[in-house]
Ligand binder design. Structure first.
Ligand SMILES: Cc1cc2nc3c(=O)[nH]c(=O)nc-3n(C[C@H](O)[C@H](O)[C@H](O)COP(=O)(O)OP(=O)(O)OC[C@H]3O[C@@H](n4cnc5c(N)ncnc54)[C@H](O)[C@@H]3O)c2cc1C
Length: 377
């Protein structure tokens, strides 16, 4: 539990927790199984104005402050990693269009994404280019009235459902970002199924075969496009992933506290064994530490602190690993039940592994945190 929140933030946290308990936890296992979210839960998120809550109210949000957004990400992550991922991606796309796009693009797409009329997808990764995302091979060339884009994007969250893609390509040998509608001729989406975790994130790959888009679909072009558009979007998503990892770890801890209190071996509850308590203490401590790192990142983001990006990297680096180690411990303390279908911790373990890969892998963050610290301190 975090101390020092305002009354409004505390009230919001209570509402988020209720939503998670009632709308996510009872269904997350089924969504994982069918590899798809219910349309109804997306409608509920839109009705609550939580799809992109950080947008202003006229665009479908609530003008939510960044600390409260972190609390929302934690609660959604406690219930369903894919719902948390959906909300993160909608925010990444909508804010990029609002911040870097023309008024025409912003008017067309930001309220549509904010209200859930259109789902957005963030199209950066390619089959052969992931961590080294600056060196994508998808290419745009100028044609009369617009651009022709050819390339291949892969591992895109919610591509199966998306109506619009924020897509990165090279134009005149510089990075460029485009807003591309799904039904543009030459664009095909194929689902990716059978993932280890975040299985309800409806991943897809997109092939662009001479896709012609109008001039107005160019969001940004030039040497700084990657640093401005892609990096700021990933930073937004990373903050959500960090807090979502705390929620996931908290879910593992809650399940394990319940289980070790009630499961009896050698005549006493598991929680009475000292070695089990040691494991519980490690889980409790790392969840609290991860939450504090996220909260620190939230406060620094809220005040536009110059070190906020580095702090967010640190929070995501630590919290995603905490999610994984906590989920591993939770499965271990559940014994065979931990790997069976009747308890949620096996899903948590699968989802936790993904947190160490998305929005920058653990290894890339090891490089970035040291680089930023060596450069600026
Ligand atoms: C569930 C899920 C959802 C996703 N959603 C999206 C999305 O919505 N949009 C999108 O664009 N992408 C998305 N991705 C892709 C994700 O961003 C990439 O998987 C991630 O950036 C890593 O890239 P990669 O998988 O190509 O791994 P690679 O870059 O090939 O890396 C493979 C391994 O090598 C390590 N490595 C790479 N470079 C170095 C180095 N310099 N030093 C040390 N180690 C290194 C990595 O850490 C990793 O362990 C998603 C992925 C998943 C699994």
């Amino acid at each position: 539990m975090l101390h020092g929140l305002t009354t409004d933030q505390r009230d919001a946290q209570t509402a988020f927790a209720r939503f998670t308990d009632e709308r996510l936890i009872p269904h997350a296992g089924a969504w994982d199984h069918t590899e798809r979210l219910d349309d109804a839960v997306i409608k509920d998120l839109a009705a609550a104005r939580w799809l992109v809550p950080t947008l202003p109210s006229e665009a479908g949000g609530t003008g939510m402050d960044v600390v409260t957004y972190g609390l929302l990400s934690e609660e959604l992550g406690r219930g369903c990693g894919s719902v948390r991922n959906l909300v993160a991606v909608q925010g990444m796309v909508a804010h990029a269009v609002l911040r870097w796009g023309s008024k025409e693009l912003a008017d067309r797409w930001v309220p549509a994404i904010g209200t859930g009329t259109t789902i957005g997808a963030f199209a950066l990764t390619e089959p052969d280019v992931g961590s080294d995302a600056r060196n994508g091979t998808t290419t745009a060339r100028r044609v009369p009235g617009g651009f022709e884009i050819t390339g291949h994007k892969k591992w895109l969250s919610f591509a199966q459902r998306a109506g619009v893609f924020l897509l990165f390509a090279r134009l005149d040998d510089d990075p460029a970002a485009f807003v591309v509608e799904r039904d543009t001729p030459g664009l095909t989406v194929s689902p990716i199924t059978g993932l280890l975790g975040l299985r309800a994130s409806e991943l897809g790959e997109v092939v662009l075969d001479s896709v012609v888009v109008p001039e107005s679909s160019l969001l940004s072009h030039g040497r700084l496009t990657f640093d401005l558009v892609a990096t700021s979007s990933l930073d937004y998503g990373r903050y959500s992933t960090a807090y979502g990892s705390v929620g996931l770890a908290q879910a593992c801890l809650d399940a394990t506290l319940d289980y070790t209190r009630t499961r009896t071996q050698f005549g006493v509850p598991l929680a009475e064994h000292q070695l089990v308590r040691q494991s519980l203490t490690d889980m409790i401590t790392s969840v609290e530490a991860a939450r504090l790192l996220c909260h620190q990142a939230g406060i620094m983001r809220a005040t536009s602190h110059r070190d906020a990006i580095r702090q967010t990297l640190i929070a995501k680096y630590f919290a995603s690993q905490t999610a994984y180690t906590t989920a591993t411990a939770a499965v271990q303390l559940h014994g065979a039940n931990g790997v069976g279908p009747d308890y949620p911790v096996q899903r948590h373990l699968r989802d936790a592994k993904i947190q160490e890969i998305i929005e920058g892998t653990t290894q890339i963050q090891q490089l970035q945190i040291a680089d930023l610290t060596l450069t600026h301190r």
